[in-house]
Design a protein around this ligand. Structure first.
Ligand code: SF4
Length: 694
């Protein structure tokens, strides 16, 4: 990539990193991008960007890019470069052989939130129509699947309620388990602007995030809770609202289900939820909880934003419902400046969930057991569909180890690095007869693959991403695919080689099919996207230009449903052997497992993951800044360098997960959310000791 010179032309497209979904003008000279300029007309970013989107696009032309398909008979054999035709034929034969020997349900597919909506839709269609089962899942399984479950249960739709711009109307902003200035920088800046204008801030997080240091803050409250105690805290906040009569009676009476509210009210009023009773569990002083609850309930507009610090817990789904309960009880739903807003980590987490990647839901969250929905898809796709939910990612691993699941197609996802308990994942992958990996780099998962299919970066394809505010943005091709094919074309070829016909000339035709089968997308097309710039779904006859604010007059399920949110302590307890709690997060210059940003200049800014240790915990262990530390958990061990930091509570340590060498997931356990199996990345009991240099 050249960084200087005058452009010959430019193309408007969407950033492929976080869930803000910033629009950019890719300025081009021939086939080369010379600059990425934040696009002023971008509805999510209004001309702003962060260092990742602006400068970290060089990975697209990095020398490590896979340029040719490769195959091998066994994972201990060398790779053999082959043509696309040979690789697809090899993959299809292996899949057919496995199904012939082990049955229809012995194969499956995983897609990624890095892929476009159209690619994701095709992967789940391939699994359902060509494989003949529902063994399809997405990496949203390991991040925001509890959001899908929790918000659908309480509010009737698996999505956030607001636009980003809505924060400018908020008077009180609660941020739970999120670090927007690092993980969602453009939105983090917008939030800071609102805070500088006078909005009050309440942060519930074990770590002192940068937002709390915003200059000229009117008021900031930090509820520094112990990892794993979110639900106890949200129940205590709700207890104060109800016990002190701070609820919005009119909203509850007019918009919420009466029986559900009465049952929840009786539950939440129980004395065991009083802040004074849960102080010992959360570590947050009762007076601080009471103050925060009163601040939020008194606000004309109170908005809640949350991240993976909410979802990646054994009670992730319960906590999402707890947040929705609090918003319903205070009437903070259905207008600008309020709402329940999940901050999605990857560019297309929302889209990958919307597109039917989960094993129990067809596109548009239509359950596979619903005969009417299923029949519509059967008619369009021309095959009968399975009415039983398929395997989730962790179930696929377990079934692989048990010998009943034998082949897997993975598009754009590095499961060997990003899923918890690496040893378990690797054992599963080694057990497969056929692993097909489609990616832009030779990732960790590819080490266990039999077929490698080169992927295309966001600059090399057409499609759409859906950001955290349900906004569908166009991704436009600015250069030819490095390996000659866009990702959607590879899936089409594989389906055809398996004997299931797929025929699309352009991703716009895939979107047309999505719109024809998904009630919340019926008004979406590439022409409409070009005309409007972007569209927030639902977009249909009732909402012809999309829906900036959800649940204004009613909920898709009629009335808001309060849910009982019983706190259950995590299994991941500290003991004398593992006396500290580890939690994880992101840093501004890097993105997820770093496969992209580590191959750009951003690498120099954050060359390694470190372990943040509180001075008290460091002192008793004789640890100094920069020492090498051995970190062990019930799952495994790794080594990281120490950073002494007062950001954490004593007893809690913290690291990022951007570098494969540090292997944060070697030590995370396979505990997971009770409803969705989202892994409990945010709580791992560990021991930390000084070691000599690794
Ligand atoms: Fe925008 Fe996120 Fe990309 Fe930064 S990483 S430019 S905030 S979409």
């Amino acid at each position: 990539v050249v960084e200087m010179g005058q452009p010959e032309h430019s193309v408007i497209t969407t950033c492929a990193y976080c869930g803000v979904g910033c629009s950019f003008k890719a300025e081009m000279k021939g086939d080369q991008v010379i600059r990425m300029v934040p696009y002023k007309g971008g509805d999510a970013n209004h001309g702003h960007s962060c260092v990742k989107g602006r400068f970290a696009f060089g990975y697209a032309t990095h020398q490590d890019r896979l340029k040719s398909p490769m195959i091998r008979d066994a994972i201990d054999q060398p790779w053999r470069e082959v043509s696309w035709e040979e690789a697809i034929a090899f993959a299809a034969k292996r899949l057919k052989d496995v199904q012939a020997k082990h049955g229809r349900d012995s194969i499956g597919g995983i897609t990624s939130s890095r892929c476009t909506n159209e690619e994701t839709y095709l992967v789940q269609k391939l699994v359902r129509a060509a494989f003949g089962n529902n063994n399809t899942d997405t990496c949203a399984r390991v991040c925001h699947s509890p959001t899908g479950f929790g918000l659908k249960t309480t509010l009737g739709e698996s999505a956030g309620t607001q636009t980003f711009d809505s924060v400018m109307k908020a008077d009180v902003i609660i941020v739970i388990g999120a670090n927007p200035t690092d993980a969602h920088p453009v939105f983090g800046s917008l939030m800071r602007r609102r805070l500088r204008e006078g909005a009050q801030l309440i942060v519930a997080d074990p770590r002192r995030i940068d937002l709390l240091a915003t200059p000229h803050l009117k008021e900031a409250q930090h509820l520094a809770l112990r990892p794993g105690t979110n639900v106890a805290l949200i129940n205590a906040l709700a207890h104060v609202v109800i016990a002190e009569g701070l609820e919005d009676e009119e909203f509850i009476a007019s918009r919420c289900d009466d029986d559900a509210y009465r049952a929840w009210r009786n539950f939440i009023l129980e004395e065991r939820h009083a802040p004074e009773r849960v102080e010992e569990i959360t570590g947050v002083p009762a007076a601080a909880v009471r103050r925060a609850a009163r601040t939020y309930a008194a606000a004309p507009n109170g908005a809640i934003y949350y991240g993976l610090g909410v979802t990646e817990h054994s009670q992730g789904s319960t906590m999402v419902m707890g947040i929705a309960n609090l918003a319903l009880a205070t009437g903070n739903i259905g207008r600008e400046g309020v709402g329940v807003n999940p901050l999605r980590g990857q560019n297309n987490v929302q889209g990958s969930c919307d597109m039917g990647s989960f094993p129990h839901e067809l596109p548009g969250y239509q359950h596979v057991s619903d005969a009417l929905s299923r029949r519509r898809f059967e008619q369009a796709w021309g095959v009968p569909l399975d009415d039983e939910p398929g395997l989730r990612i962790p179930n696929m691993f377990d079934a692989a180890i048990a010998g009943t699941f034998k082949a897997l197609y993975v598009q754009g996802e590095d499961i060997a690095q990003s899923d918890p308990n690496t040893q378990h994942v690797e054992t599963a992958l080694k057990s497969l007869d056929c692993l097909i990996v489609q990616d832009i780099f030779l990732n960790e998962t590819a080490k266990f693959a039999h077929v490698l299919l080169p992927g295309s970066s966001f600059l090399e394809k057409n499609g759409t991403f859906t950001n955290a505010e349900r906004r569908i943005n166009r991704v436009r091709k600015v250069m030819p695919p490095v390996a000659g094919k866009e990702d959607w074309e590879v899936t089409v070829d594989l389906a055809n080689a398996l004997g299931y016909p797929m025929d699309y000339r352009h991703p716009s035709e895939i979107m047309d099919e999505i719109a024809s089968l998904t009630p919340t997308f019926t008004g979406v097309s590439y022409d409409r996207l070009d005309e409007l710039g972007s569209i927030q779904w639902p977009c249909n006859g009732d909402h012809p230009i999309g829906t900036p604010t959800m649940h204004v007059d009613d909920f898709p399920i009629g009335r808001g449903q309060f849910a009982i949110t019983e706190y259950v302590a995590t299994q991941e307890r500290t003991t004398s052997r593992f006396p500290l709690l580890l939690t994880t997060g992101r840093i501004l210059s890097q993105y997820n497992v770093g496969a992209q940003t580590r191959r750009t200049d951003n690498q120099a800014w954050h060359a390694e993951d470190v372990l943040e240790v509180h001075p008290h915990d460091a002192e008793v262990r004789g640890i100094r800044d920069g020492d090498w530390l051995g970190i062990s958990s019930r799952a495994g061990q790794t080594v990281l360098r120490a950073r002494i930091s007062e950001r954490m509570l004593p007893g809690v340590v913290y690291t990022t997960f951007h570098h494969p060498g540090s292997g944060a997931n070697v030590i995370t356990t396979d505990s997971s959310d009770w409803a969705t199996n989202c892994p409990e990345y945010k709580v791992t009991a560990v021991q930390v000791e000084k070691v000599s240099q690794p």
